[in-house]
Ligand binder design. Structure first.
Ligand code: DX5
Ligand code: ZN
Length: 221
């Protein structure tokens, strides 16, 4: 099943609750919540307080993408604030296995995130601890960037690894996903699609999500 995860980074922050409600009514399967610390990435966004504030509007799971270093101290805070999934970048954590365990101990699904140039060897010993693998198709820090093509080959490799593992692990892609490229991104193996500017920048959230699903069906593997 394909999942569409609108990134609220491109939403109207002054009307965030309403934006979350509207994008879910338009067909969102997850709410992607980008957390940036001006240390691991050169931008600063929102923390657990804002996650807690949107929780009453979020009738689908909140997919928290941590772009922070260090990672661990924020995990209990986001779990308490209503996160369903928490993902982090392995190079931002001193102890990847410990961080993954901490996420699950706090009752959330756990994800690892790979930047365009982050090698996949971080997957070698942790597949059984993962619920989600997120491949960045831009360098993290900002919405509205262009899709980096090398993500396509990387998706194919990770798709194979997930299938070989026999585990139920979501394969998410984040950055530059649009109606006109989502089909081939899905064909490369992704099943969960973050899209910020493509959805919130369009006047018609439902129409955009519908077109994305139509493209995914058209290019189905
Ligand atoms: C980038 C964020 C993305 C971003 C995606 O660091 O992780 O989630 O908001 O935005 P678009 O879809 O506009 O590339
Ligand atoms: Zn993100």
């Amino acid at each position: 099943m394909n999942r569409i995860a609108p990134s609220i980074l491109s939403a109207d922050f002054a009307r965030l609750g309403e934006e979350v409600k509207n994008v879910i009514a338009a067909g969102a399967d997850l709410i992607h919540f980008d957390v940036m610390d001006n240390h691991y990435v050169p931008n600063l966004t929102v923390g657990p307080v804002v996650c807690e504030a949107i929780k009453p509007y979020a009738t689908v799971p909140i997919d928290v993408h941590l772009m922070v270093s260090p990672v661990d101290s924020l995990i209990p805070a986001f779990a308490k604030a209503g996160a369903g999934i928490i993902s982090f970048h392995p190079e931002a954590s001193a102890h990847v296995d410990r961080t993954l365990a901490l996420i699950r101990d706090n009752g959330c699904k756990a994800g690892l995130v790979f930047n365009p140039a982050t090698p996949l060897h971080y997957l070698d010993h942790v597949m059984e601890r993962l619920d989600l693998i997120l491949l960045m198709s831009v360098n993290p820090g900002f919405g509205g960037q262009s899709f980096i093509e090398s993500a396509i080959e990387k998706l194919k490799i990770v798709r194979r690894r997930i299938d070989e593992s026999g585990r139920d692990i979501l394969l998410e892609v984040d950055g530059g996903v649009k109606v006109d490229n989502i089909g081939r991104i899905g064909a490369a193996g992704a099943d969960t699609f973050v899209a910020g500017s493509a959805i919130f920048g369009s006047g018609d959230y439902a129409g955009t999500i519908r077109s994305m699903r139509a493209e995914l069906d058209r290019c189905a593997r």
